[in-house]
Design a protein around this ligand. Structure first.
Ligand SMILES: Nc1ncnc2c1ncn2[C@@H]1O[C@H](COP(=O)(O)OP(=O)(O)OP(=O)(O)O)[C@@H](O)[C@H]1O
Ligand SMILES: Nc1ncnc2c1ncn2[C@@H]1O[C@H](COP(=O)(O)OP(=O)(O)OP(=O)(O)O)[C@@H](O)[C@H]1O
Ligand SMILES: [Mg+2]
Ligand SMILES: [Mg+2]
Lengths: 252, 252
């Protein structure tokens, strides 16, 4: 059964897209058919895997026809990695806001029933509160929260957890916390050490063991439209996302 | 007359709040009475100057009473710097979406008529397309666009400019481009050099001469709720925002 993981944070620039792209690619590398679903009107995940922006927002097509996944799921040039491209710079939150729980369940069921079946679907969210990230949480089985090792991002963590509770309270299907992922960790900076220690102290069980180091290879790879594994396989960024992929596959 | 500057970008984490906080403080340091208006539900600008989050979103109060500025404009502990605090984690975009141009003009007029008069109002925007950044552009006289020296942020620039055109087309009052501000510039990184060269080549007249260097003092100061000038006056971050303030005061 397809496991749907939302990568979400209201705080901007914490590494949501970088995590979604490289985790989805890592899962496909390990032989699991994976869909990267770009729910952000910025369409960064779409360009991060060399995809082309869609002419209609995926949510709009799905709201008209729950079975539209076969129209919007496109193979990428990476084996086992599929992409649902986003439409650039088009605010479709009003459409997302109108989807009721029955409709959302239909969307989820038709993704699970898609042929070929996806083992994983990784949802990249825009930086926001509001209808689009909420829809992603409602579709998801679990949520991964990247937290940049800086002060504002840490503050943002306390804003994210109530949204998860809200979705949990409104349904019977569980919504697990896949984990809190520390990102852009630079051990030479006192601030990064302090923030990572504080996040681990407050959320000892939820914070994933591996932190993603600050590594320019991650930023460079996005400008080539390719996951960091293909751009610079020996980089620390590659290694760290490979670890994250293994943790996810091992149930953590 | 109060000059209203919106600091806006759909891309997350590019330095909007850091720019809004330090520019507003720089202007107050130069003797200009300045209002920092936090329009982001994350309320980072509010905590960036040691303020306390509001119990009601400023937009909600203003939509009920255009003269509510005197209720929401609070002095900070920094001389000449006032704050309109944000309400944390509360999606008030539906309220922003309902404000029509007549009402927006009333909000603007009552800010301009506020006693004591503000010389500047700096609006910090959330990372998003949609009603809140749009409202900020409609209130503003000019807009400052921070662009982190990385690929996704550069892509985001092409999404920001159509929103400015949209607002310009809908009114007679000009909306100037205050400038494109390159941020987190690290001259040791090839990527930063490439992106900054590309942005300057595409937008030679719009890109401000000074780029803000990557400087951890900027990130550290936010965790102390104080502008970088007070936290580490000799840092490169301080110097760079002082330059930006001078550029703004000199009409560029
Ligand atoms: N570990 C890292 N080391 C260095 N750079 C990174 C790292 N992770 C991400 N980046 C870069 O930092 C910037 C922000 O990351 P990214 O765009 O993935 O964040 P995001 O949370 O998706 O942003 P948004 O909120 O706009 O969606 C990008 O330019 C990206 O290439
Ligand atoms: N020039 C800089 N050098 C180093 N760190 C910086 C710099 N500018 C901002 N930062 C840090 O980078 C992070 C992102 O900056 P900031 O929060 O100001 O961006 P933003 O665009 O307001 O984000 P959002 O999209 O979430 O509103 C913050 O932790 C901030 O302290
Ligand atoms: Mg993103
Ligand atoms: Mg901000």
């Amino acid at each position: 059964m397809t496991q749907i993981v939302a990568v979400a944070s209201q705080k901007g620039g914490v590494g949501k897209t970088t995590t979604a792209v490289n985790l989805a690619y890592g899962l496909s590398l390990a032989g699991h058919r994976t869909a990267l679903v770009d729910l952000d009107p910025q369409a960064n995940a779409t360009s991060g895997v060399g995809g082309t922006a869609a002419s209609r927002a995926p949510i709009e097509l799905l709201s008209e026809n729950a079975d539209a996944w076969s129209q919007i799921l496109q193979p990428t040039r990476f084996e086992g990695l599929w992409l649902v491209a986003s439409r650039v710079n088009h605010d479709y939150s009003p459409v997302a806001a109108q989807l009721d729980p029955v409709r959302i369940a239909e969307l989820r069921d038709s993704l699970l029933g898609h042929n070929p079946a996806m083992d994983y679907a990784i949802l990249d969210c825009p930086p926001a509160a509001g209808p689009i990230p909420l829809l992603a949480l409602q579709l998801a089985d679990s949520v991964l929260i990247p937290v940049q090792c800086e002060y504002y991002a840490m503050e943002g963590l306390s804003q994210m957890l109530p949204s998860i509770e809200k979705v949990r309270a409104a349904r019977t299907r569980p919504l697990n916390l896949q984990g809190i992922l520390l990102t852009m960790f630079d051990p030479a900076l006192e601030l990064a050490l302090e923030v990572s220690q504080e996040v681990r102290a407050y959320f000892p069980n939820e914070t994933l063991p591996g932190a993603v180091p600050r590594d320019v290879a991650l930023a460079e790879s996005s400008s080539y439209g390719t996951p960091v594994f293909e751009y610079d396989p020996r980089s620390r960024g590659s290694w760290s996302y490979l670890q994250l992929t293994k943790d996810l596959l091992n149930g953590r």
